[in-house]
Design a protein around this ligand. Structure first.
Ligand SMILES: Nc1ncnc2c1ncn2[C@@H]1O[C@H](COP(=O)(O)OP(=O)(O)OP(=O)(O)O)[C@@H](O)[C@H]1O
Length: 359
């Protein structure tokens, strides 16, 4: 298989991948909530952000810098756009990996308008010199542009208009403390509850002009891995099925059948997730087994198993990472409808050995 570094398979994109693909980006623009009122869930972050923005508006000031942390697809970009809209300000969108040199950042910062929101996605992946330039820009609204090289180099100070930096990261812990401390507000985005995802799905269905009943929305929500981006993507695939195979209306039965076709099971696991669990249970009696062995057993790279399949399996309480290796939980046996071996029988089943080492 050909998985790229984001965990997406270049030839066969995963329906349950929380990273956006090209099709998502086009549809996401239409589905994004436009204000805090429309933004579903994340009650704490919404309430706190609402206060920050209202207070800034009342003072006629630019809002404080905001750091948003959380997994991909939970709404960080959407919230940054809402911050700009609520402040009546324009927004500029860029990302850490796009800023290779301090000069790239200087060019962006020096062209900002007063009050503009600068959204910096994956801020933890910015280069070190750019990061250091950002410290001063965030605190003093000033940057030193270095002209020339070596002993003759001079720093020319450049005043910047006040702006609001909205930084997004999947891992707040990776940010150096001097950067983290310069944000006036940090919001941590949680995975969504099924009921919240149902609201997201009903709203998106309305915007896409698709008829869906509450049980149909619940069925999709339960398979969406707590992530609105995945919910919206599954909704689009179910809509296709409903149009081609039925009368266009999404019911529980249609949603379940459609997602069965796409191999997304009732809990949101896809083919790769299930292959990992099946190998762990059937070949290794539930573990413990080392990551490399598990990867060989499913015919995948170690990194693919570790970074693409495991995080969700761990989050779902189906798999545990222990110092002795990967171990299946009782919930994993139940999910695949298998019975754990009796204690003392040894971990590996006969058929498993055959599967692994050949007949
Ligand atoms: N709270 C929400 N209510 C309704 N829709 C949402 C919400 N959060 C996200 N979405 C929808 O999910 C999709 C993905 O959201 P968004 O692009 O903001 O995620 P993200 O956290 O920025 O992801 P990434 O880090 O991968 O860029 C968008 O279509 C957006 O409309």
């Amino acid at each position: 298989m050909n998985w790229d570094e984001t965990g997406a398979d270049a030839t066969d994109p995963r329906l349950v991948d929380s990273v956006a693909d090209g099709e998502d980006q086009a549809v996401e623009a239409a589905l994004r909530p436009k204000d805090l009122e429309e933004f579903v869930g994340q009650e704490k972050v919404r309430e706190q952000l609402d206060l920050v923005l209202r207070a800034a508006r009342a003072r006629g000031a630019t809002a404080d810098h905001v750091l948003l942390s959380g997994a991909p697809g939970l709404g960080k970009t959407t919230l940054s756009m809402i911050i700009a809209a609520e402040m009546g300000a324009p927004i500029r969108i860029t990302s850490g990996p796009a800023i290779q040199h301090a000069g790239d950042l200087a060019a962006i910062l020096s062209s900002l308008q007063e009050g503009e929101v600068l959204f910096l996605d994956e801020i933890h992946r910015m280069s070190r010199p750019a990061e250091e330039m950002l410290y001063m820009a965030m605190e003093d609204f000033r940057v030193d542009v270095i002209v020339g090289k070596g002993p003759g180099a001079t720093a020319i100070p450049l005043e910047l208009p006040p702006f609001t930096l909205v930084g997004a990261t999947t891992r707040a812990g990776l940010l150096p403390p001097p950067l983290r401390d310069r944000f006036g507000f940090t919001g941590h985005m949680e995975f969504y509850e099924p009921a919240e995802l149902e609201r997201v799905i009903h709203r998106s269905a309305r915007l896409l002009d698709v008829e869906i009943d509450p049980a149909g929305a619940a069925e999709i929500a339960g398979r969406s891995r707590g992530t609105p981006r995945i919910a919206n993507r599954l909704l689009r695939r179910v809509r296709d099925y409903a149009q081609v195979k039925a009368d266009g209306v999404i019911t529980r039965e249609i949603a379940a059948k459609a997602l069965g076709v796409y191999e997304v099971d009732g809990r949101g696991l896809d083919r790769l997730d299930r292959a990992v669990l099946q190998a762990l249970l059937k070949l290794f009696g539930g573990g413990p087994v080392g990551l490399s062995t598990l990867a060989v057993a499913v015919g995948e790279e170690r990194e693919t198993v570790e970074e693409v399949a495991e995080p969700f399996l761990v989050r779902e309480g189906l798999l545990a990472r222990t110092p002795r290796g990967r171990v299946a939980t009782p919930a994993a046996w139940a999910h695949l409808g298998l019975v754990p071996p009796q204690q003392g029988q040894g971990g590996v089943s006969g058929s498993g050995q055959q599967g692994l080492f050949g007949p």
